[in-house]
Design a protein around this ligand. Structure first.
Ligand code: KG4
Ligand code: ZN
Length: 361
């Protein structure tokens, strides 16, 4: 039996399917950013991000319990700020969206609990969003006329994959990392070089002063699929650094950063281009925190030009975790006929890229 709230949400969602300018309030709290955004259609009205980087830096990485507590402290105020900056009243919100997974369970729970209560209090439908698909959806904000089919390379701190986007809701996994995610490898290599968390931006900065002079392996070089392995690459860098230090030999940290970044970028861009050629698709997009890497963008553009492909990516602020991407994926879900989340919605630490909605237990 549906409750009155559930019945009303269904009716509201049916009406929203034909509406272009849907007003969405979205929340994201899967890791160390508490984020809230308001969008109208694909237009960004506000994008508020409270980053906890400064807090976690001193531990060299994200401490889950500390992240959860800081989400609790930030979420109400961030939401009020997002509405204020958007110039939107609560009553004008058509629907609420929230990341339900993947991420740190305690951190996710803060966003999920808050969004459930918020949507229920407003009598508005709640849309549960898969964070990884949210990263892909950031591209529709940057390029509202982007249309499937296309290839997307997703590279974040938790995931690295190549997918074929057949339709807004139809995403096919072509290949993924067999071990570490690319962002994770950036962070671990940065740590061994004595750089601060998060490592990606630090490696990018240091790499500009170096040369790609350190020979590093290309894991899974001869495999036919689109899978990655970043653990082998990371270990090769760590072994190089340790061996130099043990022997008391001089080495250039900038050269190590540059060589690692070049190899990481080469592996990802090769896979994305190969996937586009094999699937006879002319468009490649990139997504996720690592997609803000300047060298990745540059090499992707060079290769796309060489093979006659179009390449798109969101601005850096929409590549790393934010709530605009969650709103954008919620918009896709509404347009492709998804149901509202149940009031019993729970957070999930792991999700598959192919999960359109939360899996039922
Ligand atoms: O997508 P994201 O913000 O969070 C996850 O969903 O994981 O990605 C965070 C990851 C971190 O590993 C961070 O080091 C990496 O993205 N990252 C970068 C850059 N900016 C962030 N990696 C390389 N170059 C960057 N400029
Ligand atoms: Zn992310």
């Amino acid at each position: 039996m549906l409750t009155d709230y559930e019945k009303s949400c269904r009716e509201q969602l049916e009406k929203l399917r034909d509406k272009k300018d849907i007003v969405i309030l979205a929340l994201e709290s899967s890791c160390d950013e508490t984020a809230c955004a308001v969008t109208r259609g694909r237009e960004v009205l506000s994008n508020v991000i409270a980053s906890q980087i400064e807090i976690h830096k001193r531990y060299g990485g994200v401490v889950p319990e500390i992240a959860s507590r800081n989400h609790v402290m930030a979420v109400s105020q961030i939401t009020a700020q997002a509405l204020q900056e958007a110039g939107i009243k609560k009553e004008e919100i058509d629907c609420v969206a929230v990341t339900y997974g993947a991420g740190l369970l305690g951190a996710l729970l803060v966003g999920v609990s808050f969004a459930k209560a918020y949507a229920y209090a407003l009598g508005k439908p709640l849309i549960a969003v898969n964070h990884i698909r949210g990263h892909i959806a950031a591209n529709y904000i940057a390029k509202p006329d982007l249309e499937p089919p296309y290839i997307c390379l997703i590279a974040s701190g938790g995931h690295t994959a190549v997918v074929k986007v057949n339709a807004l809701e139809d995403i096919e996994l072509l290949g993924s990392t067999q071990d570490d995610a690319c962002g994770e490898a950036f962070d671990k290599v940065a740590r061994v070089l004595g750089l601060e968390y998060p490592g990606g931006p630090q490696i990018q900065k240091l790499a500009k002063e170096g040369k790609p002079s350190v020979h590093l392996p290309t894991p899974l070089k001869n495999s036919e699929g689109y899978d990655f392995s970043y653990s082998g690459l990371k270990t090769a860098v760590i072994n190089y650094v340790h061996s130099k230090e043990q022997k008391g030999e001089e080495y250039s940290k900038a050269d190590v950063a540059c060589s690692f970044q070049e190899k990481a970028v080469e592996i990802m861009t090769d896979a994305a281009v190969r996937a586009a050629k094999d699937n006879k698709l002319g468009t490649v997009v990139i997504a996720g925190g690592v997609a803000s890497n300047e060298r990745l963008r540059e090499v992707m553009k060079e290769k796309a030009e060489k093979y006659g492909l179009s390449v798109y990516y969101p601005p850096a602020k929409l590549c790393t975790d934010n709530a605009v991407m969650i709103a954008s994926e919620a918009y896709n879900l509404i347009k492709s006929g998804s149901d509202a989340a149940e009031i019993t919605l729970d957070a999930s630490a792991t999700v598959r890229i192919t999960d359109v909605a939360p899996r039922k237990n």
